[in-house]
Design a protein around this ligand. Structure first.
Ligand code: SIN
Length: 539
């Protein structure tokens, strides 16, 4: 398969980038490991932040983003992000996304934690699904885009592997058809990673099953720089019910007046932050964790009865329905909630053109570290990041492509070599290892960390990594094995970056180093692959 651009992933970032590239006349292949709509985007409830209200300003959005980011945001990237916000909303509206309006016919702007103004455009509580749907329709209408569903990237291919001794660049990827199991080379002028997050690295997560950190793992193995993996955001309010599979209760519900409470009705957030239940997410998640540890309770409660009972079903239809399904009427009773892993603030390190440290490789959306989220992402900035940087990536990739030989003219990528691999005797080992990783990450690398817990996690992961490596080389690869291998790579990166940061900041709280140390750690943690499975820290 030869194409100009290979986009891996089909959430908002990947599809937006593919659309922009195709609209410029480029030929694009989009590979996605399940179906097009299987993405984190599709589950986003809250909305997309942008300066849209008359009292709001770019400076205010910039300041809120930087304040939440705990001193690690890249100011230039944040400015670009917020200034492109209104145009991004307009583009999405032109694609057919119908954002909710108020009675005056203006956009109904929601409020979320850490925002000084109402600035969250939403389509009720189904914003992501509506955006995804509009983008899919547009992608399907563009003839220059070829879609490969049920296809998963196995490894990136570098020019070096093809015997080119010039400056190293990424020239494609091996891609598995997950139905037939066949692995084929896809050759491309540039590869754009848009694989989303890695929430499945934790036992409890708001993320869908596809969130196994594939892009970060692919880039890391190829030698790219990865940044800030220690900053994993836990969403404070996932519905607590054995069958709810971490159903998210949007922060927008708190924006409309809901308050976090203990079982006896105590409004505990007042003791932690002046913004109470609307404090930035790191503060809220840590406060809940502390209260649950103090009381021994399995959850805290969200008092949704404080939201206008007539408004709730209209403004939050999906949440309302889900709560009723699990036996809670949010207009009449408090609903039980717990924090769960939600968003990876780190990722493949990129510049403002979404270019990674490897020429020919770009990264967008949650799998990328653009510097806009710093040590803690401001709510609803992620969809904005996805669409804005997808545009920058399309521009930069187009420029890069113009300097490269035409697709199909370089040396061919050799066929995938399965070596002496045989069919695995026990597939169940994969789910055992997967569960082990998720439990150890939750127990030792969660909301509150210590040196001892991190060291324990590192030791256990070392063992698991060796077992996965053996499995990978001995047995025929399957999609489950590929996901496990990627997930393990992300888990190790999170652990190693957390060990390297001996301070507390934003989403990384280490009880043995509770203070922020700007002098030593006031910058991003940059890691790349070292010899023998080790790490090299620094630029
Ligand atoms: C939410 O709706 O609470 C999630 C929004 C986000 O994570 O930005």
């Amino acid at each position: 398969m030869d194409t100009q651009f290979l986009v891996i992933g089909s959430g908002m970032a990947g599809l937006s980038c593919a659309i922009k590239l195709a609209e410029e006349g480029a030929q694009v292949a989009v590979v996605t490991k399940k179906y097009l709509a299987d993405s984190n985007t599709n589950k986003a409830q809250g909305g997309i932040a942008a300066v849209l209200g008359s009292a709001d300003s770019f400076d205010a959005h910039l300041e809120d983003t930087i304040r939440a980011g705990g001193g690690l945001c890249d100011q230039e990237a944040v400015r670009l992000l917020v200034e492109r916000g209104p145009a991004a909303i307009k583009d999405l509206t032109d694609f057919g996304v119908r954002f909710s309006k108020n009675l005056e016919g203006d956009l109904d702007l929601g409020r979320e934690g850490g925002h000084s103004h109402r600035r969250v455009a939403h389509a009720k509580d189904l914003t992501g699904a509506k955006i995804e749907q509009a983008l899919i329709e547009r992608v399907k209408s563009l003839k220059l885009i070829s879609i490969f569903e049920n296809h998963m990237a196995v490894e990136l291919v570098s020019s070096r592997e093809l015997g080119d001794q010039g400056k190293e660049r990424i020239v494609g990827a091996y891609v598995m058809d997950t139905v037939s199991g066949k692995i084929e080379p896809f050759r491309a002028t540039a590869v754009i990673l848009a694989t989303g997050g890695a929430g499945k690295v934790y036992l409890y997560t708001s993320n869908p099953d596809i969130a196994s950190g594939d892009g970060v793992a692919l880039a890391f193995r190829a030698g790219a720089q990865i940044a800030n993996m220690e900053f994993f955001q836990f969403h404070p309010t996932c519905l607590y019910h054995p069958d709810a599979k971490s159903f998210l209760v949007s922060e927008a519900v708190r924006g409309e007046g809901a308050r976090l409470k203990l079982a006896d009705g105590t409004d505990f957030m007042k003791n932690y932050h002046e913004l109470g239940s609307l404090a930035p997410r790191d503060v809220v998640a840590r406060a809940i964790d502390m209260e649950m540890k103090k009381s021994g309770d399995d959850c805290v409660f969200l008092d949704t009865t404080m939201v206008d009972a007539n408004l709730f079903p209209e403004r939050f239809p999906a949440i309302h329905q889900a709560c009723l399904r699990f036996g809670f009427d949010p207009t009449r009773q408090m609903i039980p909630v717990v924090p769960a892993a939600h968003y990876m603030c780190g990722g493949v390190h990129v510049d403002t053109g979404a270019q990674t440290s490897l020429p020919g490789l770009f990264a967008v959306g949650e799998c990328a570290h653009t510097g806009v989220h710093g040590a803690n992402r401001l709510a609803s900035n992620s969809l904005l990041d996805a669409v804005v940087f997808a545009g920058f990536a399309a521009e930069a990739a187009t420029k890069w492509g113009a300097t490269q030989p035409l697709p199909g003219s370089g040396p061919p990528i050799p066929p995938w070599d399965p070596g002496g691999a045989v069919d695995a005797d026990e597939q169940v080992v994969i789910s055992h290892m997967w569960n082990e990783i998720r439990e150890l990450m939750w127990n030792y690398v969660g909301i509150v960390r210590t040196d001892k817990r991190l060291a324990r996690a590192r030791r256990r992961m070392e063992l698991i990594r060796h077992e996965i490596d053996e499995y990978y080389w001995d047995f025929v690869v399957t999609p489950d094995l590929l996901e496990l291998r990627n997930l393990a790579e992300c888990a190790r990166l999170i652990i190693e970056c957390a060990i390297a940061r001996k301070e507390s900041r934003g989403l990384h709280y280490n009880a043995d180093h509770p203070k922020t140390d700007d002098e030593k750690f006031g910058k991003a943690t940059i890691a790349r692959r070292g010899p023998e499975g080790g790490y090299i820290f620094g630029g």
